[in-house]
Design a protein around this ligand. Structure first.
Ligand code: GRF
Length: 216
């Protein structure tokens, strides 16, 4: 097992997934260590969570930059200053440029609140309800140039209840996010999870195209 795996987390908002990572990594024996949290919004509550946990924070306000490329270049330099082995997107509400994504190929993870490839983009809970789906959930995937489209690592399936609203469904999906993201980060940090030529690999075996599935 690698002795250490520095992780940089990027976020724009509440940071409940960051909190789940902080709590889970503290409770487990793992090489993963969050060395910095970076936000494009100074008011993101996730920054306060990081500070409370003694983690370094940085804010890069995208509105202060002249376009996406300039912002992404500054972001990349800030991230690389922490020399991470893994970069984790945890509610980072920015589309990343292809050069940025390529730079972190195989070491950039995202979590998305749907059973990808269904419902890329926003309003996933409403869309699952509108479609009458009996199952919904969340996915962790490696990030590629295709938005919400990279190889899947793990999915948690959440049954839809008859009287679910977008909020009630989101709440149950969020609970599962807080389990599967730390799991994927630990796998990566332990050297068990890799991005191979054909997709995500766990313990040297190709994962199915839907990733590892957890049913609740
Ligand atoms: C989560 O729903 C995640 O799936 C999506 O952004 C949200 C972040 O929530 N990518 P939080 O800030 O971690 O609470």
């Amino acid at each position: 097992m690698p002795t250490s795996c520095n992780v940089v987390v990027l976020l724009s908002g509440t940071g409940s997934n960051l909190q789940a990572l902080i709590d889970s990594l503290a409770a487990a024996e793992t090489p993963a260590r969050i060395c910095a949290v970076i936000s494009n919004r100074a008011e993101a509550y996730g920054l306060q969570r990081a500070t409370a946990a003694g983690i370094a924070t940085r804010t890069l306000d995208h509105r202060q930059f002249d376009g996406r490329e300039a912002f992404d270049t500054a972001l990349l330099e800030t991230i690389d200053g922490f020399e991470p082995q893994l970069v984790v997107l945890a509610g980072f509400m920015r589309i990343l440029s292809p050069g940025f994504v390529r730079h972190y190929s195989g070491r950039l993870l995202n979590i998305h609140p749907s059973l990808l490839p269904k419902y890329k983009g926003l309003h996933t809970h409403q869309r699952a309800l509108d479609a009458g789906d009996s199952e919904h959930g969340c996915s962790v995937h490696f990030v590629t140039e295709e938005l919400d489209g990279g190889p899947l690592v793990v999915q948690a399936v959440v049954p839809v209840q008859p009287h679910d609203t977008p909020d009630s469904l989101a709440k149950r999906v969020h609970q599962q996010e807080h389990l599967i993201y730390p799991l994927a980060v630990r796998w990566f940090a332990e050297g068990r999870l890799r991005l191979g030529e054909q997709g995500a690999m766990l313990d040297g075996q190709s994962l199915p195209s839907t990733g590892h599935t957890i049913r609740t």
